[in-house]
Write a protein that binds this ligand. Structure first.
Ligand SMILES: *Cc1c(COP(=O)(O)O)cnc(C)c1O
Length: 218
């Protein structure tokens, strides 16, 4: 199937759930095919890789979904509409600083390490409430959601993690509602090619799909 056919089929299947079309390792030509076929959000993992392609891309909303290093924050703020992969207070503070310099309010999601895996990036569940309180002080950041990557297991086994993330999302959304000017929790980004159907059943508002659209990465 062509990229166009894949996008059309997936968009139909998703209904109201938003699609982040994950374009790491995909060349601009094929990314543009996806955008022409109706993809409105593209997701990239690396600032540098995106920078190399950005001039050749049709307009779309651009989300960073990979771990961000301090020395790439300035460019990330310049290039991305949303940084989904904010995984520490330190990186949030750096984003705030660089956004202030650029006279921008940077939209972010907080990445949650929902499986509590030592090798994975993201806030621990027990850290997330304090993180929100700390980030509430950072006026050049706006938090609008959460992102998670559950442990790498078959889709049905990922379901409990999606459930847990949705419960946390609901709790924190209620807790912060109307309380902070710069926190407005609306988006729950979870689910990838292998498990997005389960993620949607469990309450994802946004899924991030790469290989199911473009084929396996080489
Ligand atoms: C690569 C990636 C995806 C998409 O993965 P696929 O299995 O190709 O759909 C989603 N989210 C993140 C954070 C990724 O790095």
């Amino acid at each position: 199937m062509s990229v166009k056919e894949n996008i059309t089929a997936v968009l139909q299947e998703l209904g109201n759930t938003e699609l982040v079309c994950v374009t790491k390792t995909v060349d601009p030509e094929r990314i543009n095919e996806a955008i022409k076929a109706g993809a409105t959000i593209i997701g990239e993992n690396r600032v540098q890789e995106y920078e190399g392609k950005s001039d050749d891309l049709l307009p779309s909303s651009r989300h960073l979904i990979g771990h961000l290093q301090t020395n790439k924050v300035k460019k990330a703020v310049q290039f991305f509409d949303v940084i989904q992969s904010v995984d520490s207070l330190k990186i949030a503070q750096e984003i705030d600083k660089r956004a202030r310099e650029a006279d921008k309010v940077q939209e972010i999601y907080l990445q949650v390490n929902i499986g509590d895996e030592p090798q994975k990036h993201g806030f621990k569940i027990k850290e997330i409430e304090q993180a929100l309180q700390d980030i509430a002080e950072l006026k050049n950041i706006r938090v609008t959601g959460f992102m998670c990557i559950p442990p790498y297991v078959p889709p049905e086994q990922a379901r409990p993690y999606f459930k847990k993330m949705k419960a946390l999302f609901d709790e924190l959304k209620t807790e912060t509602e109307g309380k902070y000017d710069n926190i407005d929790i609306q988006n729950l980004s979870m689910g990838m090619s292998g498990d997005y159907k389960v993620a949607i059943e469990e309450g994802a508002t946004m899924v991030r799909i790469g290989s199911a659209l473009f084929g396996d990465r080489v």
